[in-house]
Design a protein around this ligand. Structure first.
Ligand SMILES: [Fe+2]
Ligand SMILES: [Fe+2]
Length: 238
């Protein structure tokens, strides 16, 4: 059963994987999982989904990252099922959590309301200014960007990825939050931000510190929304 004690162990496992194993420990201390869990639990309550399944899926959603990437539905599913095997869970619970993890990157349509929620919370972390920072961080530390040589094409690729993910949003609540946190940005401005973020990211500076460092490069409304994304104050509006 997904009792409180099991959820705490799953939380610990998710954080350890994200902080120590993914990206060789470079993202240690980042708050992505904490924001995803808070938002996912909020959405689960609003949408009458199973809150425990959503929470477990949210803590473990990026658990395939240490294997190199987390885009493959079947691989994600295999990895999380193995991680869940020591816990005293039913096959139904394991499959329900695994679906949340397997489908979170939008490469496969989530089959359950719980998986739709975990998917959408991750899309919202890849939206707006926070999304630009986070996707740049991931690309730079996956060797897919060359810091110091960020081109217009790189900027377009990152913006296109965020747009691709937003088109896959599954819930109307997710869509509403997305349109609130997303502020238009020119490709030139995005290129400037991405160049700055990529250089910091490869030295192991986490998202939250980078967000703090780029505030002065942003317009007032971009600053406001980025702050709201970091502290999730926007939740009061939805
Ligand atoms: Fe992911
Ligand atoms: Fe994620």
């Amino acid at each position: 059963m997904l009792v409180k004690e099991t959820l705490l162990k799953i939380k610990k496992l998710g954080i350890e994987t994200d902080w120590n194993d993914a990206f060789a420990g470079k993202s240690k201390g980042n708050r992505h999982l904490f924001r995803v869990v808070r938002l996912a639990r909020y959405m689960a309550k609003r949408l009458s989904a199973n809150v425990s399944i959503v929470e477990a899926g949210a803590w473990l959603h990026d658990s395939a990252l240490p294997s190199g990437n987390d885009y493959d539905y079947k691989k994600n599913r295999r990895i999380v099922k193995k991680l869940l095997s020591p816990f005293n869970l039913s096959t139904r619970e394991i499959n329900a959590v695994a679906e949340c993890v397997a489908a979170h990157e939008g490469t496969s349509k989530p089959k359950t309301v719980e998986a739709k929620i975990v998917h959408d919370t991750d899309v919202l972390e890849k939206s707006g200014m926070l999304g630009i920072i986070r996707h740049t961080w991931k690309m730079a530390n996956s060797g897919m960007l060359l810091p110091g040589h960020i081109t217009r094409k790189d900027a377009a690729k990152i913006l296109n990825h965020l747009q691709w993910r937003s088109k896959k949003l599954q819930t109307s609540l997710g869509k509403k939050i997305h349109s609130y946190v997303t502020i238009p940005i020119t490709q030139a401005k995005a290129q400037e931000i991405i160049s700055f973020v990529a250089e910091k990211a490869v030295t192991g500076i986490v998202t939250e510190k980078i967000a703090h460092l780029i505030y002065k490069k942003l317009t007032a409304i971009q600053q406001k929304r980025l702050k709201e994304q970091m502290n999730q104050d926007y939740l009061r509006r939805f």
